[in-house]
Every structure is written in structure tokens, then in C-alpha cells.
Design a protein around this ligand. Structure first.
Ligand SMILES: [Zn+2]
Length: 325
């Protein structure tokens, strides 16, 4: 299936996290996990790795201790969640299963429906609130994008456990720290840190070899994406000094990917500030910056997100542009 044909180029440009790029997988349908990409990154860490850039497919992580396992992200629908849960049960071999999502976006969190009653579901409070507030908006958005069959059969499932700022989960011989308040891509972004592995799960706060995904959707009332908060979060995550960095989409990376994205966002910030009084409008700003940024990073995926990102940068760094036509 070719999503360019499915939704058209205009809607495609506004599509959601992990949506099609020119390098989209020829084998996988949108939203369909390739469980054949499940690999052991190191002892106690497995990832279903989105190495084919399949539309609306996330990376899925499994962190294993002696007593329990934590699953990070659930796929977009019940079928994805069932496949992930089956893999978790194979890895866990009878150990308790916990599950969480990096953020509320459909391909990261909607598959949680398969885990209800079979695993312990953990969210931070900001995530839960964002799920409740925005879930319906994103069902409509995905339906309008021609992806309705993936999201129509899901429903929000309340977590079994919520926390405010940080939650330390003991998996047995291995602790995992779940952090709230690390916003940027969404309001409720959650970073998962595994200290003994020097590993962090970033969700869509990082995509490797890719432009960052800016879910700027004023038409459905979601303009919470914030490059200013994102920069702060990336600096905080880099200070954890991770060796393994699991992104929301794309191959597993390293701290260098965090630093590279920080440089990119700071660079765009500086460009926006420099042109704040001369650009005239966000359209003017886009016309200048979009071709420049794409030319500077020709090898990066997801270039369709560069345009929407300019509006979000304007919100944080030159808000007067947003009110002009
Ligand atoms: Zn996302």
C-alpha cells in the first residue's frame, strides 16, 4: 500500500508520527509491526526495531529483570498489542509483565487494549490526561488520513498505576526509572531510563537519521509541541550519559543522536529568532527555512515534518508571526 496515493500529498504532509517517507517499507502495511525485527540489543534488552521506516509503526522495547519485564510502547491496534504481548510472554517466561507508553500518540499507545488484565499498565498523570483529552481527536485525524481501520477498534484503557514525577520500577536486579515532565513532542512525554544499561527510551523525542516529528495540528486543537521544552528535555536526557538510545522510530541509536538533534533544534531556533522581524509571516519563514533545512540534511528521513515544525518554532520563538496571515 502506498500512503501517498491513499491520503494524497497534501494530507500526507500533515500526517502523524512515523508516517510515510520515500523510504517507507515495501513489505509492511502501515501500522503492521514486523516482529522479525525483534533483536536482543544486549543482555536484558530486546527491541522490535523500526528499521524499515514502516508508516505508523514504533520501536517497541522489552527490559528484563529477574522477576519482571517492562514493555515500552504497544503498537497502534489490538493486533499489534497482541503480537507484542506474545513476544513479551516468550521473553518473560512466567515473570510479571509491566507495560507503558512513551506518549499518547496512536502507534505508541493504542495497542494497550491488548494488555488490559494481562499486564500492569503504567502511565504518568500528564500522559493519562493527554490520552483522555486528545484520543478522540487523533482517531478522527487518523480516520481522515485513511487509517481508520487501524484505530476504529481500539478504546482507551485506564492505567493500573499512575505517578506524578518519577516512578522507580524494580524488575529484580534491575531498576527502571520512568520520568514525567519531559515534554516537547507532546505534553506527557515519558522518558524511560535503565541506569545499569545506560539506556534511555525517548519515544518521539528522537527519531534517528531523521528530522524530528512535530505534531502541529491547529485544525484539531493540538499545538502543544514545543521546541523550547524539547531542547531542555534533550539536554536532560544527554546528561544521563546514555550509551544506548532507543528512538520512537528508526534504528536504535546513541547519545550522539541526542546531541545531533539538540544542535538541529538549537540551529533552527537561532534562524527563527534572526528572521523574526523580517519574515513577515510563518509562510514567509517557511519559504526561507524549509528548503535550507532539507538541503542541509538530505540523508534524513521524514522531511515532510520540516514545514509544520516552522509554525511550532514560531510559537516558541517568534509568536507575533503566528497571528499574521
Ligand atoms: Zn508521537
Amino acid at each position: 500500500m502506498n500512503l501517498v496515493r491513499l491520503v494524497g500529498p497534501a494530507l500526507l504532509a500533515l500526517a502523524i508520527a512515523g508516517t510515510p517517507s520515500a523510504a517507507a517499507s515495501a513489505q509492511q502495511e502501515p501500522g503492521q509491526l514486523d516482529m522479525g525485527t525483534l533483536r536482543q540489543v544486549r543482555e536484558g534488552l530486546h527491541v522490535v526495531e523500526d528499521r524499515n521506516w514502516t508508516p505508523v509503526v514504533p520501536n517497541v522495547g522489552f527490559v528484563t529483570g529477574s522477576k519482571a519485564i517492562l514493555v515500552v510502547d504497544t503498537g497502534i491496534d489490538r493486533a499489534s498489542g497482541e503480537a507484542i504481548l506474545a513476544a513479551a510472554e516468550r521473553i518473560a517466561r512466567g515473570r510479571k509483565i509491566y507495560v507503558t507508553a512513551t506518549h499518547f500518540h496512536p502507534e505508541h499507545g493504542f495497542g494497550a487494549i491488548a494488555f488490559k488484565g494481562r499486564a500492569t499498565l503504567i502511565y504518568n498523570r500528564a500522559q493519562r490526561a493527554e490520552f483522555v483529552e486528545k484520543r478522540g481527536k487523533y482517531v478522527k485525524l487518523f480516520t481522515d488520513l485513511g487509517l481508520g481501520k487501524l484505530v476504529a477498534g481500539t478504546r482507551f484503557v485506564m492505567p493500573d498505576k499512575t505517578y506524578a514525577d518519577r516512578f522507580r520500577l524494580d524488575l529484580g536486579g534491575r531498576v527502571v526509572d520512568l520520568y514525567s515532565g519531559r515534554a516537547g513532542h507532546t505534553r506527557g512525554d515519558q522518558i524511560i531510563h535503565v541506569p545499569d544499561m545506560k539506556t534511555v527510551f525517548m519515544g518521539d523525542l528522537l527519531e534517528t537519521a531523521s528530522f524530528p516529528i512535530f505534531p502541529w495540528y491547529p485544525d484539531i486543537g493540538d499545538t502543544d509541541v514545543s521546541p523550547a521544552k524539547w531542547l531542555t528535555t534533550l539536554g536532560w536526557a544527554a546528561a544521563l550519559d546514555p550509551v544506548i538510545v532507543v528512538p520512537g522510530h528508526g534504528p536504535v541509536g546513541t547519545k550522539a543522536d541526542l546531541l545531533g538533534l539538540s544542535r538541529y533544534i538549537a540551529g533552527v531556533r537561532d534562524e527563527v529568532r534572526a528572521r523574526c522581524t523580517t519574515a513577515g509571516s510563518t509562510a514567509g519563514l517557511r519559504s526561507i527555512l524549509e528548503p535550507e533545512l532539507k538541503a542541509e540534511h538530505r540523508e534524513w528521513h521524514l522531511s515532510e515534518w520540516v514545514g509544520p515544525s516552522i509554525d511550532a518554532f514560531a510559537k516558541d520563538y517568534c509568536p507575533s508571526l503566528l497571528v499574521k496571515p
